[in-house]
Write a protein that binds this ligand. Structure first.
Ligand code: DHB
Ligand code: MG
Length: 616
């Protein structure tokens, strides 16, 4: 199906939006009136720009507050419409979206509304324009799609149809099944947006929190199936009002938007119309996702490896191999493998997680999927003898390598690029990487969740808001079914300091107390946790004698889930942007201890403040 995007969904000038949409591969655009009004280009020049970019102008919108008003006001509305239809002829737009009225002077009279829309469509027809009537969820008298359709049907004008907008339909909890009662040829346009639950005032919800399909909580795919069964032949168009997208760079937002439609069409699948014609609407053929089965490695870049390797050694890691051609060392303990790269130019914020190796049952298939979902395989700076290894860039820039599963043991693939220099500890206290926490740039949070879900086939949990002392952090975990790959995507609060940008690697251990003691005894300080936290733990949970004192001594945090599963975890100091977590899960606890995050964040801010004063 053709794809389109409303220019309101992207940031920048109209020209920048058009360029971004075209580069992302959209077939057409909805020209949002505010974008045109703010543009120095005349409608004819915008038309030419779209033509140059290979974009069709699928819709001009919105025309507001037209119908069911007193005669004198309606006459003024028709005058306004005439001006707009003239503009549309210049613009090359053949369909205008008319939103249901919010005018205080509008009356609740379907017959009058139908008569007015008939007159409007009649005038539009003289300009070669069609009118698509849309029910705004907050419309004064018309706020549901089925009500808007009844008025369109009653008007019965060939140049009058309806525009369906998934936000207005799903936000009100309307049953989309009724869409199939509308003849497809009378659905002049379809606008798609998702949005996070829970509900809020629909106008604010719509104006600020829409997101691309797959990034929120609506069943947009289900709605689209209903529409396609009618035989609707127009484009799938994204209309998203989102404060972040309005500020973020248009190009990556447009790519994210296109990716959301590719993933949506895949989810919708092939739909056979229930109407007279039979041709099923096929989804674009994209390779199936190849879900990663584990972490092959995490690669940290650092200018000064001492603090990092000192911390790894204190944790019980051993330096076991060295890359044959690059300044990259492998540190290992159990199945946890950390690459320490001192050769990559490190930005001002120092040590950071730059790449992640994902074990994959089909690395080539994973790369094909990524390419099909607009995440191109990165050109690799590799020597001829280096193992073939494809990587793609996640929205935060982290390079994700698709590694042949089992590299850790069989020394094939990436592991063959390293020569052994030592042996991993015989009795590892750390078993494997439990999860990675990757802080996302503020404007890539929704994009990151969609990327990890659609490109990597990981399941996304609901986002969780965590109180940082200086604002709110949002986190959303993505994972594979058995939990051997878990990535927590976090977007930080202001001020943009290291805490906000910090990343961490969580290591799974069967005995967090022993691991914490070893770390402390090896001279690597643990993050100190305030006494008040432990007083609160004592109030909330029963512990064995001495257990709480041990946690207080070692800075171990505790969480118990509804099923009685427990999580014990503690943190190291931060090196550059990276800190390490030791965690012990018991009784099937699958969470991340989000309840403890505010305390951990406050403790990290306190350490940072102490360091700034020179006493930390
Ligand atoms: O919020 C609005 O004003 C608005 C305008 C046009 C639309 O198509 C829409 O869905 C909402
Ligand atoms: Mg709309």
């Amino acid at each position: 199906m053709r794809t389109s995007i409303a220019t309101v969904s992207l940031s920048g000038t109209l020209t920048e939006k058009l360029t971004a949409a075209a580069r992302a591969g959209f077939d057409g655009v909805e020209i949002f009136e505010n974008d045109l009004l703010a543009s120095p280009l005349a409608p004819r020049e915008i038309r030419a720009r779209c033509a140059d970019l290979g974009l069709t102008v699928d819709l001009y919108q919105p025309m507001r507050d037209v119908e069911a008003v007193p005669a004198e006001l309606f006459a003024r509305n028709l005058r306004r419409a005439r001006h707009k239809f003239t503009l549309m002829r210049e613009l090359g737009a053949d369909t205008v979206l008319v939103c249901s009225s919010v005018d205080p002077e509008a009356v609740d009279d379907d017959a009058l509304a139908a008569a007015h829309l008939y007159e409007l469509a009649d005038l539009a027809q003289d300009f070669g324009v069609r009118v698509a009537y849309e029910a705004l969820a907050w419309g004064r008298h018309v706020s549901t799609y089925d009500h808007a359709w009844r008025i369109v049907e009653a008007a019965g004008h060939p140049a009058l149809g309806t525009c369906l907008d998934s936000f207005h339909i799903l936000s009100r909890g309307s049953d989309p099944q009724g869409i199939e009662d509308i003849p497809g040829e009378k659905i002049f346009f379809l606008q798609l947006a998702d949005a996070p639950l829970p509900a809020m005032d629909v106008l604010q919800w719509s104006r600020h929190h829409r997101c691309f399909p797959g990034q929120g909580g609506f069943d947009v795919a289900g709605l689209v199936r209903h529409v396609l069964r009618t035989g609707y032949a127009g484009p799938l168009s994204l209309e998203v009002f989102n404060d972040v997208f309005r500020q973020a760079e248009a190009a990556p937002t447009a790519v994210d938007a296109r990716r959301s439609l590719l993933a949506l069409q895949e989810e919708v699948g092939a739909v056979r119309e229930t109407g007279p014609s039979a041709a099923p609407t096929a989804a674009p053929a994209v390779p199936a996702p190849v879900v990663p089965t584990g972490f092959a490695f995490a690669e940290l870049v650092t200018a000064d490896s001492e603090p990092l390797t000192g911390l790894l050694a204190a944790l019980g890691f051993a330096r076991t191999a060295r890359h044959r051609g690059k300044p990259v060392d492998l540190w290992q303990q159990g199945e946890a493998r950390i690459l320490v790269n001192t050769g990559t130019a490190v930005r001002r914020d120092g040590t950071r997680i730059a790449a992640v190796g994902l074990e994959s049952p089909d690395p080539a298939g994973a790369a094909d999927r990524a390419e099909a979902l607009l995440a191109p395989v990165l050109p690799r700076r590799r020597a001829p003898e280096d193992a073939p290894l494809d990587a793609v860039a996640a929205p935060d820039g982290t390079e994700l390598f698709f590694c042949d599963a089992g590299n850790g043991a069989r020394h094939t693939g990436w592991r063959a690029d390293f020569e052994d220099v030592g042996r991993p500890p015989a009795a590892p206290g750390v078993r494997r990487i439990d999860h990675l926490a990757l802080t996302q740039p503020w404007h890539h949070f929704d994009e990151a969740a969609l990327f990890h879900r659609s490109v990597l086939g990981l399941d996304a949990e609901d986002s969780v808001d965590v109180a940082d002392p200086y604002g709110l952090q949002r986190s959303r975990a993505v994972s594979n079914p058995d939990g051997t790959v878990r990535i927590v995507l976090t977007v930080g609060a202001a001020p943009a300091d290291d805490t906000v940008h910090a990343q961490h690697i969580a290591f799974a251990t069967d005995d967090v107390v022993a691991a914490a003691r070893r770390l402390r005894d090896a001279g690597a300080p643990l993050l100190p946790i305030p006494a008040n936290y432990y007083d609160d733990l004592a109030a909330r949970h029963e512990f064995a004698d001495g257990e709480l004192e041990t946690y207080r001594e070692l800075g171990i945090l505790y969480d118990r889930d509804e099923a009685g599963g427990s999580l014990r975890h503690c943190y190291t100091r931060t090196v550059g942007r990276v800190f390490l977590e030791l965690l012990q899960r018991d009784g099937g606890h699958r969470g991340y201890g989000a309840r403890n995050a505010p305390v951990r964040l406050a403790a990290q801010h306190a350490v940072r403040a102490a360091r700034a004063l020179g006493d930390g």
